[in-house]
Design a protein around this ligand. Sequence first.
Ligand SMILES: *Cc1c(COP(=O)(O)O)cnc(C)c1O
Length: 376
Amino acid sequence: MIPFNKPPYTGKEDAFVLDAMRSSRISGGGTYASYCQQWFEKRLGCYKSLLTPSCTHALEMTAMLIDIRLGDEVIMPSYTFVSTANAFVLRGAKIVFVDIHPETMNIDERLIEAAITPKTKAVVVVHYAGVACEMDSIMTLADRHGLFVIEDAAQAMLSTYKGQPLGCIGHLGTYSFHETKNYTSGGEGGLLIINDERFVERAEVLREKGTNRSQFFRGMVDKYSWVDVGSSYLPSELQAAYLWGQLQSVDDIDADRRRSWKYYNESLEPLAERGVLQLPTIPDACRHNAHMFYIKVKDIDERSDLLAFLKEKGIGAVFHYVPLHTSQAGKQWGAFIGEDEFTTRESDRLLRLPLWYGIGEEELNRVVAAVTQYFA
Ligand SMILES: *Cc1c(COP(=O)(O)O)cnc(C)c1O
């Protein structure tokens, strides 16, 4: 069986996790957390980064930071993970879905303006498969209308847009270190990226249960107390230590994934030329991180048939998001503005092939051979 995913693991995690376990401090905000955050701040050039227990939690923090209130509207694609929407629904927002570009599955920036109302507070972009949205147009539009831009860059660590790291272009950005992503902090984890100085102090308070504990530890206040709303948004030192192990091999993991991605892309090109399937499009402005390799087939029936065929061959291929606006909760808390020209149609056709750090040429070959055989 070729699984769809294997969590990234390098072996360098062990020693750091053991070291954390044997230290006298294993709660959040410790030494390994500082190492990781400083690494991100240096590598990304962002103002501040904060480890969180998940990307979902980091997104919830963004909703608190931009002060989402009951009745505010937030624009996003419908083709995304539930957390992109839920984080804002939890604060009372109404979700406004707009259509996507069929080539990248990312929000169609040309449709955003028509969805803006006096209640609109933010645009949340999702860099699907680690491929950037059209950020220049989105930032210009948001500036003109006084909106916040949040980047759900859960899948996009090490991807760039015109050379800028994803997650560092909008006001706030988020990464995921879930085991299905390119890098993990031991199964679950996330990062809040702060690109606007205004948010730093409050983000630390929100993450520390609404207290000014972080300032207290830095000696800035002489006792700490409850100052704001908040929650417990700190991962443990064990998770930070695991991630620190992965960060030692960050470029190896990236290069390995990109090799496998390229292998699929080149090997399946003949099928694309025959017109039986479509390969992903990477716009010129984007350097992507090979988070995912997907193909698109004719329609949902052909996809089900191909998935069953691959399963029989012992290959763990999967489909992806069911558009949020078609779900029960999506209908309750959101509305699709404009025409659903591509969201449903393209999501029905999309199929993801196995791709993980360390997948071998033999496995890639078997997948390519099976897909080729299906279309023979
Ligand atoms: C994985 C993912 C999330 C959620 O990440 P968690 O760390 O599991 O909370 C959110 N948005 C997108 C686009 C994702 O791919």
